[in-house]
Structure formats: C-alpha cells, structure tokens
Ligand binder design. Structure first.
Ligand code: AHN
Ligand code: ZN
Length: 333
C-alpha cells in the first residue's frame, strides 16, 4: 500500500459578513468531510545516500572472487539490504574463469514485497575486474571499480531503501550479480565462446533460479551508471528481447528531463548480465549502460585504475535512480 495522506477538508462557510450579495444569503453549511488519497508518483531519490553506498564498496578495495575484500563486501551488501527491511540472502555457486581458476560465486539477492505476484527485477554486478587490461600501467593489478561495479549497486541500494520507506504495491527483486567482470581480455584468443567467460554470476543464477519457476515481468540492468555526463544508448540485446521496456524507460527519462543522458541512439550487442537473464531465464531485460558511440567504447576510464571515486557524479546516480523509481511506481497499484 502507498503512503496514505488523508486530507480532511472542513469547509465552513460563514454567513453574514456584512455584504448583501445573494450568495451570502445561503444557509450555513454543515462541515464537508472529503478524503483525498493522492497517488504518489515516486519518492525522492537521495543521491548523497547512493554516493555513500558507492564509496563504502570502494573503501573495501578491489572486490573480485576469492579475495578478502570481496568476502567482506558480500556481507556488507547482504546486511545493507536486510537493514532496509528486504528479505535478503546470498546464493552461493561455483564457477571456472577463462584462465581456469575455480571461484566461489556470491549472488546477493533482496526481495521487496516477496508475496506479490507482479514483480520487477533490478540488477547490477557487484564484483570488480581483477586486472586493468585497458590501462597503460599496472595492467595486472586489480581496479577499484567505482563506476564499473560500484555505481549500479549504489543506485540500487538507495532504490531499495526508498521502496521500504514508501512501500509501493508491487514486488521488486534486486540482485547483485557476482563474477561479471572476470571475462577473457580481448586479443587472447578469438574463439566464439569467450562471451561466456563474462557474467559468470548471472549465468549461474539463470541456470539455478533462487526460487523455482521464478518470474518477473521484466528486468533492468544497471552497468557503469555513475560517471559524469553519462551516455546511455539503446543497446541491441535490450531492443531485441525487450523493446517495449526500452521505450518505457527512455520515455520516462524524457518525461523527467534526462534525455541528455538517455540518448535516442542505438548501439550494438553488448555482452552483459542481461544477455543471460534474457536467453537463459527468459525474463525480458534491458541494460542501462554507458557507451560512447563516437568513440566506439565505454567510458575512457573503463578497466583502468582511473575508475575510482573521482569520476563518480551524484547527478548521474540521481538521474538513473529517479528514472527507476518513476518506472516502478508507474507499475504499482
Ligand atoms: C565486454 O566487454 C565483452 N562486455 C562488457 C561488459 C562489462 C564489463 N560491463 C562492465 N564490465
Ligand atoms: Zn567491467
């Protein structure tokens, strides 16, 4: 149920105010009691709070499968979702990376309004890349992943907090996927299967749903949403599997005045968690991802040591958070 604001209008018309107009001659009315229940369009997304959640992740250091910071951050994320009142737990799985490392996969799941039948799935990857293969120095050292990893999760934590504060009448599942970013670096080999070396957490989840017959009406992935002046393109897998969701989200963004970020431009197929959620779990899903068509690449700091808190802009977090909350509230009764 929504916040119910009840306005009681008590109208008392006082007669005899000294004029002689006909309306003044009407009898004193009995008080009129009116109850209005305004439909809340959406709560306010707090970008200071979202920024803080990005920073808290980055403060753990690089967070890739099997490292210590990764273990600590997993607990932090589950506890955070719990503290907001979601039903939160961690799905544990196993995987093998492109370089034959066995890893423990930790997908962190939070259910808001678990009983509701109508559900929306929101997701982001929370792990960070174990190397900086796009940098020119320290390429074998792991990156901080403030934008690539931290930003989507930060926005979704704030969305989770707002949901439990304002309680829209709809089910929402938030999943932080692990091991998205352990993919095979470009140029190592050209085999067709390298796309499956990315997104190990979402592949595991899609093959091992946390609930039997889990279904959501649609899914929205956030990936690299925190840099200054983001450019969110309409990505090809999103348009292939969930064109109506792309239209809905981009038109909401325009309504809210964010068409400078949510561009009316298409881009090619990007391997990302939504590909596997679409293809394996059959949940029509889109990717809100920063991609620069003019450069044919992601943000310039992508997979480099420059992907740190310096590039995170609260305005970007806010735009994405507002659009998400608006979209969720639009669906609620
Ligand atoms: C590839 O580069 C194949 N996919 C990009 C997915 C990604 C990596 N998103 C964040 N980091
Ligand atoms: Zn990445």
């Amino acid at each position: 149920m929504k916040n119910k604001l009840t306005y009681i209008f008590t109208a008392i018309i006082l007669a005899g105010c000294g004029t002689d107009k006909p309306e003044d001659k009407q009898p004193i009315s009995t008080p009129i009691k009116k109850t209005i229940e305004p439909k809340i369009e959406k709560p306010v997304f707090d970008s200071d709070s979202a920024y803080q959640y990005v920073k808290e992740q980055v403060d753990f250091g690089p967070r890739f499968p099997n490292n210590e910071a990764h273990g600590k951050c997993a607990k932090y994320l589950e506890n955070k979702l719990k503290s907001f009142g979601l039903n939160a737990f961690t799905q544990i799985g196993e995987g093998t990376t492109f370089n034959k490392k066995n890893i423990v996969i930790k997908n962190i799941i939070g259910e808001y309004n678990p009983e509701a039948n109508k559900r929306i799935l929101l997701f982001a990857h929370w792990d960070t890349r174990p190397f900086a293969d796009q940098d020119t120095k320290d390429m074998t050292k792991p990156i901080l992943g403030a934008n690539d990893g931290g930003s989507g999760v930060g926005v979704l934590l704030e969305v989770a907090r707002q949901l439990t504060l304002t309680k829209p009448d709809i089910g929402v599942d938030i999943i932080f996927f692990d091991a998205e970013d352990y993919g095979q670096p470009a140029g190592i080999s050209d085999d067709d299967y390298s796309s499956n070396t990315w997104c190990l957490g979402s592949q595991y989840w899609a093959n091992n749903l946390h609930k039997e017959n889990y279904k959501a009406e649609y899914g929205i992935l956030l990936d690299m949403v925190g840099a200054m002046n983001p450019q969110f393109m309409q990505e090809a897998f999103s348009n292939k599997f969930a064109p109506q969701v792309v239209q809905k989200v981009w038109s909401n963004a325009k309504k809210l005045g964010y068409n400078n970020y949510f561009k009316n431009q298409q881009t090619g197929y990007l391997i990302d968690d939504h590909k596997f959620v679409n293809e394996i779990a059959n949940i029509p899903s889109i990717d809100i991802i920063h991609y620069e068509n003019n450069r044919g690449s992601f943000h310039p700091t992508w997979h480099t040591h420059h992907d740190n808190m310096d590039i995170i802009d609260k305005k970007s977090l806010s735009a994405v958070g507002e659009v998400l909350l608006y979209t969720i509230y639009q669906e609620s009764n």
